[in-house]
Ligand binder design. Structure first.
Ligand code: SAM
Length: 302
C-alpha cells in the first residue's frame, strides 16, 4: 500500500463499527479521532438525530474534521472524556470507540520523532503544547527510572543494560535527536532483532512521554459510569500491556481484573463481553502491515 500523504488507514473498520453502533439515534464518542476513518464510518451509520464526539489530543487531527453537523471535534485528552461529555450535556453515551496508540501521520512525520526510520528531534509528544519531550526523559530520568520504563512499557528483558547505555552516552552529550537515541542504545541492541528491539525502545519512551497507561486507565474506568445500559465499549489495542488492561476491565470492571462479589457471592461485573477478540485477516494484514498487532475487543454495559 502506498502510504505517502495518507494521514492514517483505519484498522478493523467494519468489525469495530458493527460492534459499536447499536442505535442510529444514539450519542457516541470516538476517543481517538486521528484521520477520522472510524468517525466517518460511524457517521454513515447514524440517523440525522445521532451525534458523534471525536477526541484527539493532537492539533494536527483538526485538519481531518468532517463537515457534518452531527460531529463535534474535542481537542483534548480522552482521559477527561467524562468531564467533556458532561460539559456538552451528555451524562450517558450509547457507545465509545478507542483505536489506541499513534497514527501513521505520527510515524511518518520526521519532525515528531516517533520513528527510528528518519532523524528528527527526540520529541514524541502527541500533544505538542505540554509535557516532557522524549529528550527530557532521556536526559533527565535516573537510570532506575529508565530501566523501569524499558522493562515495563517496552517489555525489554535487558532494560537495565539499555538504561545504563543511555546514561553512559549522555555523560558526554545530550540526547536531543532520534539519531542520538539510536546511537545511545545501539550497543545493547542485537543485530538480528535490531528493528523489533528499536521499535520496543521507542514504544517505551512514547508511552512514558504521553502517559499512555494512566490515560487509558482513566478513560476505561470512566466508561463504566458513562455508558448507558446496553451501550458498547469497543477498543482496538496494539500491544499486550494495553490489551491486558482492556481485557481486565471488560471481564471484571476494573483494570486489576479482580471480580467483586456482593453479599451473596454473586459476581458484580458491569460488562458482558461480545464475542472473542478479533484480529485483522490476512488480506488486511497484507494491505496494511501496521495492522498486524491489532486486537479488537467489544463489551456491552449491563
Ligand atoms: C491509531 S490513531 C486513530 C486513528 C483513527 N481511528 C482513524 O481512523 O484515523 C490514534 C489517535 O489517537 C490520538 N490519541 C492517542 N492517545 C490519546 C489520548 N489520550 N487522548 C486523545 N487522543 C489520543 C492520537 O493523537 C492519534 O491521532
Amino acid at each position: 500500500m502506498d502510504i505517502k500523504g495518507t494521514y492514517h488507514v483505519p484498522v478493523l473498520l467494519k468489525q469495530s463499527v458493527d460492534g459499536l453502533v447499536t442505535d442510529p439515534d444514539g450519542v457516541y464518542a470516538d476517543a481517538t479521532f486521528g484521520g477520522g476513518g472510524h468517525s466517518r464510518e460511524i457517521l454513515s451509520r447514524l440517523s440525522p438525530k445521532g451525534l458523534l464526539y471525536g477526541f484527539d489530543q493532537d492539533a494536527d487531527a483538526r485538519n481531518n474534521i468532517p463537515g457534518d453537523s452531527r460531529f463535534t471535534f474535542v481537542y483534548g485528552n480522552f482521559r477527561y472524556m467524562r468531564n467533556f461529555m458532561r460539559w456538552y450535556g451528555h451524562e450517558r453515551l450509547t457507545g465509545i470507540l478507542a483505536d489506541l496508540g499513534v497514527s501513521w501521520h505520527h510515524f511518518d512525520d520526521s519532525s515528531r520523532g516517533f520513528s527510528f526510520r528518519f532523524d528528527g528531534p527526540a520529541d514524541m509528544r502527541m500533544n505538542q503544547k505540554e509535557g516532557l519531550r522524549a529528550a527530557d526523559v532521556l536526559n533527565d530520568y535516573t537510570e532506575e527510572n529508565l530501566a523501569r520504563l524499558f522493562r515495563l512499557y517496552g517489555e525489554l528483558y535487558n532494560g537495565r543494560q539499555l538504561a545504563r547505555a543511555v546514561v553512559r552516552y549522555r555523560t558526554n552529550r545530550r540526547i536531543e535527536t532520534v539519531t542520538g537515541l539510536v546511537e545511545a542504545v545501539r550497543p545493547e541492541i542485537g543485530r538480528e532483532r535490531e528493528k523489533k528491539d528499536l521499535a520496543k525502545v521507542f514504544q517505551a519512551i512514547r508511552m512514558e512521554v504521553n502517559h499512555e497507561v494512566d490515560a487509558l486507565r482513566e478513560m476505561l474506568c470512566s466508561s463504566v459510569g458513562l455508558l448507558e445500559k446496553g451501550g458498547r465499549l469497543v477498543v482496538i489495542t496494539y500491544h499486550s500491556i494495553e490489551d491486558r488492561m482492556v481485557k481486565n476491565l471488560m471481564k471484571s470492571g476494573n483494570i486489576e481484573g479482580e471480580v467483586k462479589t456482593d453479599f451473596y457471592g454473586n459476581r458484580e461485573v458491569p460488562f458482558r463481553c461480545i464475542g472473542k477478540p478479533v484480529t485483522p485477516d490476512a488480506g488486511e494484514q497484507a494491505d496494511n502491515p501496521r495492522s498486524r498487532s491489532a486486537k479488537l475487543r467489544i463489551a456491552e454495559r449491563v
